[in-house]
Design a protein. Sequence first.
Length: 357
Amino acid sequence: MVYSPVRVLHVSKSLTLGGTEKVMQLFVANLDSTRFEAAVYCPQDGERGKQIRAHGINTLIGYDFPTILSRFNPQIVHVHRAGWPEPDILKAIKQAGTPVVVETNVFGRYDPSPSAAIIDRTLFVSEFCLKRFATTTGIKTESPRYSFIYNPVDTDFFAKTARINRDFSLPAAGRISRADPGKWSPLAMDFLPLVVRDIPDFRYHIIGAIPEAHEYVTANNLSRNVLFHHPVQTDAEIASFLDNVSVLAHANDTGESFGLVIAEAMACGLPVITHPCEGLRDNAQLELVEHMTTGLVARNAEEYANALKYIFSHPDDARRMGLVGQKKAARLYRAQTVTRQLETVYQELLHRKGLTA
């Protein structure tokens, strides 16, 4: 029998400032400490580790995972991963005899390895990922083994810090990503000349620019219109950045399995412009951004430019879309609400295994 607080070990291969690690941080920070004792394991420490410890959460760092499992002796291990096989981690969990194993499958990948059989629940980060997994594998995701829980977002903080009297006619757009080509699309720059042609004082604020973006700006004489910013580390820095724009400009050919930055912009009351991705690529950005409801969906550079021009020339519509998106984010992605859903999953699995009264 397991008694409260239940020991839960969250596992990640990295403690960098990426979205996967941020989601883990929000979960452990919002778990009910009277019912769950949370800790985080990672082979190496990182900036995210400092932020997790600031919440009073223990981080267990080192390459000897079996020994850490033995010492912490968790009743639940929650693995955050892309979904591809990671036999070393899963085999160690199996050998430790951990009663309940949960995974957050960030990219909706399929792990057919024998070691994956110990996973009691696979949580996808969007309904899109859950449905695509069923389509591509033929696995019936209606079974208790699979479900989805949206990524948590500190919507309370973003709503509290967002500018109240934002001027949506201000011709300024913002983009946030890692400086990784896999997070970019040519569309993220190709719309620029079309916007600047009609709005010469347009400003495009970018965090996470790749070399090709710098080269594009130089080649097209757009240095007056594009401002490159340093990476950010905290929600306060993200909110401050978004405070100076009228819309989030999202473009990523890989797509989004959820779209954390999109949800954060929505929580700030910003409309979002995004685009669909072809085939079976990630498309959860369209689950968050509903055309003319929480933002605009564009399919090419011309449509994207027109979408931006629409935002700036229709500030009342932009404000309406921003408010609808803010309410949607608070309803579906609020960290406290999503973490309660996760706690329910934990309790259901413990009960199914006869570990609760």
